[in-house]
Every structure is written in structure tokens, then in C-alpha cells.
Write a protein that binds this ligand. Sequence first.
Ligand code: SF4
Length: 712
Amino acid sequence: MDAVTPSIQSVVSAGTGVKSVCPYCGVGCGLVAWQDGNRVKIKGDRTHPANFGLLCAKGTTLPDSLEEGRLLYPMMREHLDAPFERATWDQALTRITRHIQKTLAARGPQALCLYGSGQFHTEDYYVASKLFKGFLGTNNFDSNSRMCMSSAVSGYQRSLGSDGPPCSYEDLALAETFLLIGSNTAECHPIIFNRILAHQRRHPDRVRLITADPRRTRTAQQSDLWLGIQPGTDVALLNGMARICLERGWVDQEFVRHHTEGFDKLCQVLEAYAPARVADVCGIEVEQLIRATEWFARSPGSLSLWSMGLNQSTQGVAKVQSLINLHLLTGQISRPGAGPFSLTGQPNAMGGREVGGLANLLPGYRSVLSAQDRQFMEVFWKLPPGSIASQHGLSATEIIEGMESGDIQFLWIAATNPAVSMPDLERSRRAFRQSTLTVVQDAYFPLETADYAHILLPAAQWSEKTGCMTNSERRVSLSEQVRRPPGEAREDWAIFADVGCRLGFGDAFGFSHSAEVFAEFVQTTRDRVCDMHTLSHTRLKTEGPQQWPCIRTDGPGQPRLYTDRVFPTPSGRAQFHGWQCVPPAEQPDAEFPLTLTTGRLYGHWHTLTRTGKIAKLRQMHPGPFLEVHPEDACRLDIEDGEIIRVRSRRGEARIPAKLTSNIRTGTVFMPFHWGNLWGEGMSANTLTHGEIDTISLQPELKACAVRVEKIV
Ligand code: SF4
């Protein structure tokens, strides 16, 4: 099917605008959007507390991504080597429904699987969760948030008793020390970084930035102290800082004594982390380690910000908990300007956590492993007892294993492009080819993952539907529809609900508007940490975005969690968990002597489905490259700009070398955005491996062993 320019029908009258939210990163910047002729236009929303009108290059150019390459109609084919043919919605959904019924009868609910996305609105997530976990009886509903945030989720739960960042963007103007660890905030969450720099400009004598990262990123370049640590040594670094706090008396004794548990065990772990050894392991100067610790521990307010550099690791949870240990030890938590603050990657990764968009979660921050939580949701959904499965569903990488083994007989992929974003991509692609029936539901076509689909369903996207998203600071915003979806595209929640009705669950899925879906969902949050039962589309439209918990109808939500120093653990105390530093799963060796780390670029988003269509952003970042330190380049006899081959045990890429001393020797970096639509050999994930953190099940996308070869 060719890309078609759809005919646009506005739902916003000329001259007015609606409130919306940028659908890229978890900063959750507010927009005002309106229709101008055939074009959607936007500007930053000056009243939105995330961005006060500011937008980065991605947000500014967002309307340019709406027209080109849209999937306008359902398409089907019998097998993966046949061409797609246009189908009606009825034909496509009948085929899906029959296949689900056949699979249920032959193999049971655990043979069904849905892989969703942090791009979903909360309403999309909720209906998908209700259908799969409730009415189909399988927890095999995971999302690309598994690749993004699941280590943060597990770390928060284990240390503080519940998921949910305890901090607020207000803290960006109150903290005096910022520890940016595993986060290239300047490029990946630019509006946050802007706010930090503005705060520092106002208080240059007080505000200090520390960045811990193997690369001297744009974030590190603008920091007061760069800790250029070896990849995978974050736990050693954080343990070393904690040990220095013990040695120098920088512990908040009152906080530790009255509000935490596990201090003695932590101290035993820290015995092995003498500063000199830590500096050696991390590859930094011991003076740098001590200075960073002093700034962090003795500051009136220390805020740590992290994202994928900690999460995407076989030690992801250990890294998150070691960071939280440091906050608990120094009392840098539960007060303004202080706390461990995870920056979510996707625009609604937080919403996904609220509605149970990971294979271990149920709506309202509930767990599939808890009999009480399952019982609550069964009663809420009017299901017979025992309807919700009591075991974890398959996580992202386990879905690949399920396809390989034949355990998965039906795969539904929505609003994500795993044929570019999965680790160990060749293996993932082979697994996708084994599928009996795969549905790909997306706004765009062509799409790398569509190569593995039997049925394509066109989805409405940003500006074409109304729904809620929650950003990194727990703020729920309503993103309103500006125009009707092109062609026959439909909202994701409406597609899931339609299938629910066709399967005979019409009483549970007869929603007529996303506002009804949201109204049902928020009732699952009543009296939970993420309580937002007072919110509705109407309230969000009239009063603006709100932070949860938001238990009053006549006042705003709560900017910070745990300000009473009571944590939602059985004892009410936060938990220290000491971890030993374990190297990444795949270590450099004689055959593959370099460590590859992967990441994002400022102007691009994930797998280029949107930003790849925007000329300005393509010019900004025309293609992938491999950052190599000049000393490594000299040894390998490669020059700047030369096309080189990067090999790992799983695959290879052919890309230009970019020589820079902003990366450690022995480490190379490649952005992960490009897939096969842009050419062969451009995908970073052909090189990465599928090893996961055994608690969060998040893959280690940040470190694998490679070698770089000159192409003769
Ligand atoms: S910072 Fe994130 S949410 Fe804000 S405009 Fe940029 S991409 Fe959008």
C-alpha cells in the first residue's frame, strides 16, 4: 500500500485550540493544538507546569509527522510472503475473534499475547488490560515499558514499598545538587535539563551538577563534575559514595534510625567498597568520588535523576536500589528539593504502570501475584473468582521465547515497533516469523514490524483521539482530539473494546467514549498510592493537569510522596538493600574487545516512525554512527567518517565511525533509532543481547561486547 495523504476533517472550530500533550518523551510537555486548513498547528502551553510553553525540537516539529506514511485501512494476508490486501474492519476483527476463540479452545489463554506501548493513552492501556488480564484470563500483556522503566518500578517497590517517583518538577528549582546518573538528560529530556540550567543560572554559586556516564554527553559537558565511569560500574560508584558517607559522618542518623530498615546489612555490603578500590573499578579519580559524595550528602537538597543508563541492565534493580540507598542514608528524600527521581522514557509509561500495562501488574498499582489484588479486580470487573491468572505473564523477551517454542499462538502488537527495538534483533525477527497469527496495530505503514504481520489495523494517533497521559512527576494531563483520524483509523481502546464485544463481553466493553473508560479506570485507584479517583476528563479539561495522589475534588494533587516519612511497606519504613557490583552479562574479551553502549539522539524518537518523517530532524541526525575514542581508532587504523563494521556474537552493523574523546577508551556508542526501512546494517539492536535483570526482566541494552573492523 502506498502512503496516502488523508483528507483531514477538523473537530476543533477555526480559531480555537485545545489542550494537548506532546506524545514523545516522559517530560509530558503541554501543547495547545488547533487546525489551520489542512494542517494541525501547535504551540507550547504556557500554563502547563511541565514546560511553561517551552518545547524541544521534537515537540516543535510534531505536526510534520502526521500525514506521511499513514496506515488508512485494515489490511490482511494469508501468510507472511503474500502481499497485503485491503480488508474491512469487520473482516479483520472477525478473523481476530475467531482465531482467539480457536486458540482458547485448543491451547488455553496462555497462548494469547499482547505487546503494547508507552505511547498508549491510559484509556487504551486500561481496555487492553481489562480484555487480556480480566476477560481472556492471561497476563501475557506486556509493553515496551519493559525495555524502559521496569527496573525503576521494581527498585521503587522494593526500597520504598511502592512504585511512583516521590519527587516533582517543582524540585528542579529547589535542589542544589543534581546527580544525573545513566541519563543524558540534555538530549533525552531536554525541557527538564533546560529547567535545571535555568535554576543554576539563577544560583550559580549554590547549584551543582554531577553526571555519571561512560560518555561525556551534552549533559556531562554542562555539568560541574563528570564521573566518566566504566560501563556497568554504577553499583560500585553508589556503594563507594555510601561508604564515604559512613566514614565521614555524612549519614542522617535520625532518618536512618526512625524511618529505615536494613542499615546493618547495608554496612556489611559496603565493607568491600573502600573509596580507592571503587575509584579503580570505576576508572575515576578518588578525589572525584569524594567531591561528588560531599556535594550530594551535604547539600541542603540533592535530587538524583536517572533513566535508561541504570534501568537497561542485568543489574538494573540493583542500580536503582543502590541509588535509593544513598538517598535514605543521607536523608535526601521526603522533602522539597530532594529525592530519587526516575525520568520516564515514554510519554505514558507512568500511565501504563497505573493500569497494569506490564505482565506482572494489575490496575491501581496492583500485582497479579497478590490474591487480594486479583480478587479486587475480579469483583470490580464482575468476573467469576479465579478468572485472573495467578502467575506473571510473559515479559517482552519472554514473548520472543514463547514464539520460538510455539507456546504463543496469537500475537497482537500495538503502537510499538519491536522489529527495531528488541534486543538480539535477528533472533527476534526469526521468532516473529514463526507466529501463527500476528496483528500489528499502528498509525504508520510501512513499518519494520509490519513485515511480520498477518493483519494490519490502522490506529488513530496524537491529535486524533482524546485521552490521558501521566508524565514523570505523576501529573495526569488530558490530550484532546484536534481532528478526525485519517481513513478508517480508530482509537486503540475502541479496537480492543470492539474485539471484547465480539467475544461476547458486550456488557463490559460497551464504552462509547474514552471519558467513560477513564471514569471506570480511576475507580480502581481509590485508596491506592496512585489515587486519582477524583479525576475525570471534565475536571482535567476545566482545572488543567493534576498530580496523583489527588484525593480531593476541591484541591490539587500532592506534589511529593512520603513527606510524612511513612513508607507503604509493612513496617512503614523504607528498606535498605545492599548489592554487590556485578559486571555486565557480556564482558569484552580478545575476540570482542570493546563495550558497546546504545542510546538516543536529541532530535530522534525511538524507531523513527515519526521523527524519520521530519526533514529538519533527519538533517539534524542523518544516520547512525559509532562513537570511537581516537586512541582506539588509531589502534584499529580507522578514520573519522570511515564506514566500519561493528560485530558482536549476534550480528553486525556497517556505519561511519565518529571519532571523539567524549567517550572512554574501550567503549563505543551507537544510537539505536534506525531499522531496516533505512537500509541494511544500521540497527544497533542486531548487536545487543537479550540477557535480562532477573527481577525487573528488563534487557541489558546498554552493554555488550563488540569488535570494530576496518572494511577492506
Ligand atoms: S521534552 Fe519531551 S515532551 Fe517535551 S517537547 Fe521535547 S519530546 Fe516533547
